[in-house]
Design a protein around this ligand. Sequence first.
Ligand code: FAD
Length: 407
Amino acid sequence: MIKTVGIIGAGASGMMAAISARNHGAEVMLFEHNDRVGKKILSTGNGRCNFTNIDQKPEYYRSDNPGFANAVLSQFSVSDTISFFLKLGVYSKNKNGYLYPNSEQASSVLDVLRFELERLQISIYTNTVITSVCKTKKGFQLQTPQKTFSCDSLILAAGSKAAPVTGSDGSGYDIAKSFGHHFVPVLPALVQLKCSEKFYKNLAGVRTHGTVSLYADDTFLAADTGELQLTKYGISGIPVFQISRFASRALYEKKTVTAEIDFMPDFNDHAFTAFLDARIQSRPDKTLSTFFIGLFPSKVADTWISLSRIDRNKKVGELSDDEFDRLIRLIKHFRTDVTDTNGFASAQICCGGIATEEINSKTMESALVEQLYFSGEIIDVDGICGGYNLQWAWSSGYVAGKEAAVC
Ligand SMILES: Cc1cc2nc3c(=O)[nH]c(=O)nc-3n(C[C@H](O)[C@H](O)[C@H](O)COP(=O)(O)OP(=O)(O)OC[C@H]3O[C@@H](n4cnc5c(N)ncnc54)[C@H](O)[C@@H]3O)c2cc1C
């Protein structure tokens, strides 16, 4: 008997699930409430789509259930992803392990997926809002304002709440809840952090290398190094994105969240102290206001000088030990209070989602409802920045599609 598989959401994971289900012999109906499929893919990788990454480690995928993602990723790996897209026409460009289509156009990835859906004669229903779903004896009934659809198995691939302008409005969560599924709190991730200090308005636009370490109630949570961006409300840039999911969660849990920035991470404290001391010895007559020129962005140096309460006209050769230590602390251990994250509209992804204890990692089937499957960001798995979230979408979509078609 040929099975009919319904899929809610035609994003990365829903399209992969549709192709996989069809290739495993099912009739497929793909439902999308936008007027076209795969809108979010166009925004990925700054319009170039970083669709996977050669460097894979379990810790790059975060979840309340850490082993879950790996069990799924091992069934459809990075090399499977590369081969899959090569077959569809996308030749990869490798930039330090980050893979992009050689065209460097996200539209290429979307186009080949669209052509494959068409080639496989998958029924696509755009402008179709699934308002509710119910389980019947034979499968599922999907309700739209106009019509009811029936299918034997159902894949919920409706994404998260991140970047809702692309269609992921969180409505998939309500469908999962209606089947009794539980959730790990859904919060913005890969997102900017808001800080309380007033000096940020003077720092907007600064980009500088640094390490950002995150603490909640003084307990270390995570750290990352790279190009930091200072904004009028706080901190941004890839290293901030990488640790932001921990800030989101800690703030949700009402903890006091602090970030510590090291503006000279290539030197340890001892080496930096010696370096700065030698710099002073070489030009002791320089004033503090000119001392950092050539070493740090002037707006950042000005902020340290103000915070240190040292006279900016003082000669650096006349700094007291205490003043010198204060400067070292500001440069290497710059503490800032994180009060919030930007919202879902600014977030690239969400952390949290359907609790993975209620999903079979071998099949992506719900442990609560037979023939109900999940894929993609709707699940409590979030990858770090660098192609990991799309890899999660491809792997989970592939497994869900295959299992929904054959089981
Ligand atoms: C700006 C930006 C840049 C990014 N860059 C990268 C990158 O370079 N590399 C990377 O790996 N990841 C990147 N990501 C993350 C990645 O795009 C997502 O993790 C991934 O697309 C999620 O796929 P998904 O299929 O689970 O969800 P989505 O892509 O969100 O798809 C869900 C689909 O379901 C539809 N839908 C929702 N509810 C319903 C409903 N009730 N009825 C019908 N349809 C519904 C939505 O319209 C949407 O099309 C980026 C994200 C953003 C926002």
